[in-house]
Design a protein around this ligand. Structure first.
Ligand code: SF4
Length: 67
């Protein structure tokens, strides 16, 4: 499973990392998702947390990328 973080829509709320800290990393300086604009691999066993993170994003900035 992969997820894409939209570079424009991510507004730095940080909720994704709260729900899935092993999937989403925040940029320490501004609190935005550190992988904005990128597609990242979800670690095995973290799929459910990743989906919670996707739902938690108020900007709908994260989308699940089907393999
Ligand atoms: S919850 Fe959404 S807007 Fe907030 S840091 Fe994560 S991806 Fe960005």
């Amino acid at each position: 499973m992969k997820v894409h973080i939209d570079e424009v829509n991510c507004s730095g709320h940080g909720r994704c990392a709260k729900y899935a800290p092993n999937v989403f990393r925040l940029n320490d300086e501004d609190g935005y998702n550190a992988d904005r604009g990128q597609t990242i691999e979800v670690p095995a066993g973290e799929e459910a947390n990743a989906k919670l993170g996707v739902k938690s994003c108020p900007e709908r900035a994260i989308t699940i990328v089907e393999d």
